[in-house]
Design a protein around this ligand. Structure first.
Ligand SMILES: Nc1ncnc2c1ncn2[C@@H]1O[C@H](COP(=O)(O)OP(=O)(O)OP(=O)(O)O)[C@@H](O)[C@H]1O
Ligand SMILES: [Mg+2]
Length: 271
């Protein structure tokens, strides 16, 4: 058994494995995580030492606010990711774990499991996204915030115990809407502009980041003493963390490749 990897090393490894097979063949059992996101579906395969050996993504569109709105599309997306991983790694992927945003009805959470089963997985474990993110970051006392494409999920952890969990609409898609409106761009142009011109995009997006921060503040009343850890892709824009920290008047901790934090933790929840 190798030494336990810290979260930064894990995230760097995951980023290095994105679409890149490992040099050595995978030996022994693997664990699979499927993150059905509003913006992106991510599949992560971990080896027996919890090291990422394969990471792959597919643009989503099959979910809205964490709810599966296009079941067939979601199944096709997960099935495609599963087959590609099996081909590349030369192993059959049997079981998996998947996650749902906190606060959605149980029936909608179960739909995430049904998508994975219909895509060919056997046993599918179900966890909430924020607890999955915490598994990667191992935050003992802190607030874990997952700002994805569609929603902002928040978990408050004290002594590693989850003491509060919430989720509200608001994420990268809303940032794209603001940019598109302000600069006269289409949504896909706004998405590209945000990534290619982050410095120019930031000032336009400050009020939108402040709105996300205010939503975090309202969801974490009573936890003002705790630092805030950022997961998810939407706050990866350089400078967004400072806007959030200033608004919240609390330390904000960023992590590299934040959009892999939740998918990695989901895979760690698989049997
Ligand atoms: N480099 C980047 N700079 C700015 N934004 C980014 C960057 N990379 C990704 N994003 C944004 O991150 C969002 C996707 O993040 P993530 O993959 O965490 O969402 P998701 O899991 O699909 O959504 P949700 O969790 O809400 O269902 C998109 O809105 C995208 O625009
Ligand atoms: Mg997500």
């Amino acid at each position: 058994m190798l030494a336990v990897l810290d979260s930064t090393t894990l995230l760097e490894l995951a980023a290095a494995r994105l679409g890149t097979p490992p040099e050595d063949p995978v030996d022994g059992p693997v664990r699979v995580g499927v993150d059905l996101g509003t913006a992106t579906t991510v599949l992560v395969v971990l080896d027996r030492d919890d090291r990422p050996v394969w990471v792959d993504t597919h643009p989503s569109g099959a979910l809205s606010d964490g709810v599966v709105v296009d079941f067939a599309g979601a199944v096709a997306s997960v099935g495609g990711l599963k087959r590609r991983a099996e081909q590349v790694l030369g192993v059959e992927l049997r079981d998996a774990a998947t996650a749902y945003p906190p606060q959605i009805p149980l029936a909608d959470a179960r739909a995430c499991r049904f998508v994975c089963e219909a895509a060919g997985f056997g046993e599918v474990a179900l966890v909430d996204e924020v607890s999955a993110a915490q598994r990667t970051l191992d935050v003992r006392d802190g607030v874990v915030v997952d700002v994805g494409g569609g929603s902002t999920g928040v978990g408050v952890f004290r002594g590693s115990e989850l003491v509060a969990l919430d989720d509200r609409p608001g994420g990268g898609h809303h940032l794209d809407l603001v940019l598109a409106g302000a600069l006269g761009l289409s949504l896909s142009e706004a998405e590209r502009y945000k990534r290619e011109h982050p410095q120019e995009a930031l000032p336009v997006l400050v009020p939108a980041f402040q709105r996300i921060a205010e939503s975090v503040r309202l969801m974490t009343l009573g936890a003002e003493d705790l630092p805030v850890h950022l997961a998810g892709g939407a706050l990866m824009l350089p400078g967004a963390d400072t806007v959030v920290a200033t608004w919240l008047e609390r330390p904000v901790v960023t992590h590299p490749h934040a959009l892999f934090i939740t998918p990695l933790g989901i895979a760690r929840a698989a049997s």
